[in-house]
Ligand binder design. Structure first.
Ligand SMILES: [Fe+2]
Length: 495
């Protein structure tokens, strides 16, 4: 049985292929089309997926009719034709039977069924599914049971995106930049303004909260079209940093509130956090100690639902040790070539093996650099052409992480930890934290070997690791993309 899971026709589309052996392939469509955050499928990814055979069934990550109703309610018009998925898939010659899952069930299933837990409470926070924006589930051997649901227009994700736009960034795309800006602002200056201008009090005496004690979070405004009208007096660069800091602090406060309620309702004490908001690595750590254990799927947004919708359909546990599920560049990982270049010039790219599924590069499509010294951050920033305040992430040999970092760390850069070494400014953010990737042998054998060799040669178990992409384009996918990067920036890329 060949099953395709598809998340598309909205933003950041993805396709996953399952056979009887499990997950064979998952990738964002943007990697094949070259269009960043591509909302649609393309012939190239569909043809690549066909190497495992024609699909016997397709699982779609949400319910298009309900989505259409919400779009009508939101004043976005009658999109029945655009949301006709049969018609949509026929453009790509996909004619297998289609099954649909709830948007938030796909999020919850992507988390629960890939987690190491047999019992867990799942919290999903995003902008909007069909209608839902926050759901809480309890999962056990009987599957997933929704215990709380909150709907549009009340949405923490939509609010975070609106503030992303307010500071001059692109909503539904640049939220991670807002998170990075927060380290350079004063969270206290605007915390109360942001909280009270946008949200009703959390202890609101609404019927639902009094009688059912629910974690209802109500917005004062519908933020579907942003909040560029908010506080026109705030215009300077420092104002933008302060808005970002307050937004991040309010998000952490709301996350804690949701987490506390979910913890109270959780029989197992295990948390799975999902939805686009679960990419907020600065806030994720703030709730971890409240739970016995916590898991975040490495691609928790809508693209990850290409996997999630299939697992919701199959109701099948399938823990995933890594996220190297994309396009394959065949051949040995070029350990010695990369090592030599790093020792000589301090910086180079690598594109080898299967590409990462998710927004982050974990060593198979990475721009790597020597993290020591004061000039490397500027050198990498110059190549990446990005804002100077943005930090780079460290990849560290798992067994050395506690020597350099104090706090939560993960193989998928899902938390931030305080860096205790003063000699690595390139991988430390303005608030003294780092978004750490721990590297063990059961993930990428090649990248692990490279780090081991780097440690042998330098005594430093850390490399600066950032995604290998030309500004404004998705991550490098193929050898041709790697050559284009090399020619564009004059930085060697080994494949
Ligand atoms: Fe979502």
């Amino acid at each position: 049985m060949i099953t395709w899971g598809i998340s598309a026709n909205s933003h950041d589309a993805a396709l996953a292929v399952f056979t009887d052996d499990g997950l064979e392939f998952a990738s964002h469509t943007e990697r094949f089309s070259g269009v960043k955050n591509d909302a649609h499928l393309n012939k190239e990814i569909v043809n690549y997926a066909r190497q495992w055979g024609e699909p016997d069934e397709v699982i779609w990550y949400e319910r298009p009719f309900r989505k259409t109703l919400r779009q009508i309610r939101a004043g976005q018009g009658f999109n029945f034709r655009e949301n006709n998925i049969n018609r949509y898939l026929r453009q790509y010659d996909i004619s297998a039977p289609i099954y649909y899952t709830d948007h938030h069930l796909a999020h919850a299933a992507a988390g629960f069924y890939t987690s190491p837990f047999r019992e867990a409470t799942v919290v999903c926070i995003d902008s909007i599914g069909e209608f839902e924006s926050l759901t809480i589930w309890n999962g056990d051997e009987n599957g997933l049971k929704r215990i709380y649901s909150q709907s549009y227009p009340h949405s923490v994700g939509l609010w975070y995106s609106a503030l992303t736009q307010r500071v001059g960034l692109k909503p539904q795309e640049d939220e991670y930049i807002l998170m990075g800006m927060a380290a350079y602002g004063d969270p206290l200056r605007l915390f109360n303004d942001v909280l009270h201008d946008f949200f009703h009090p959390l202890d609101d005496d609404s019927f639902k909260q009094i009688f059912f004690n629910t974690p209802t979070i109500k917005l004062k405004h519908n933020l579907h079209r942003g909040c560029t009208w908010w506080r026109p007096d705030l215009t300077t660069e420092q104002d933008m940093f302060d808005i970002a800091a307050a937004t991040q602090a309010v998000y952490s406060y709301l996350l804690k509130y949701i987490s506390n309620w979910a913890r109270w309702k959780s029989p197992s004490g295990n948390l799975v956090l999902m939805g686009g908001c679960a990419l907020n690595c600065s806030a994720n750590g703030s709730i971890k100690s409240d739970w016995n254990d916590m898991y975040i799927m490495p691609n928790p947004g809508d693209a990850g639902s290409a996997i999630g919708c299939v697992l919701a359909h199959k109701k099948q546990h399938m823990p995933i040790p890594h996220m190297y599920t994309g396009y394959n560049i065949e051949g040995e990982y070029p350990v010695e070539e990369v090592l030599h270049e790093l020792l000589t010039t301090g910086i180079c790219g690598v594109a080898s093996g299967r590409a990462e599924f998710g927004p982050r590069a974990f060593g198979n499509r990475s721009l790597l650099a020597d993290p020591r010294g004061t000039d490397i951050k500027d050198r990498v920033n110059t190549i990446k052409r990005r804002q100077k305040f943005r930090p780079f992430a460290p990849a560290v040999l798992e067994e050395h992480a506690s020597t350099y970092f104090d706090g939560y760390v993960s193989p998928f850069m899902q938390y931030t930890a305080t860096c205790t070494d003063l000699g690595l400014p390139a991988i430390v953010h303005g608030d003294g934290t780092s978004r750490v990737q721990t590297v063990s042998a059961n993930q990428s054998v090649g990248f692990r070997k490279l780090l081991e060799r780097w440690y042998e040669e330098t005594g430093c178990p850390i490399l600066l690791n950032t995604s290998l992409n030309i500004k404004g384009k998705p991550m490098v996918n193929t050898v041709e993309d790697a050559v284009e990067f090399e020619q564009h920036y004059g930085v060697k890329v080994f494949t």
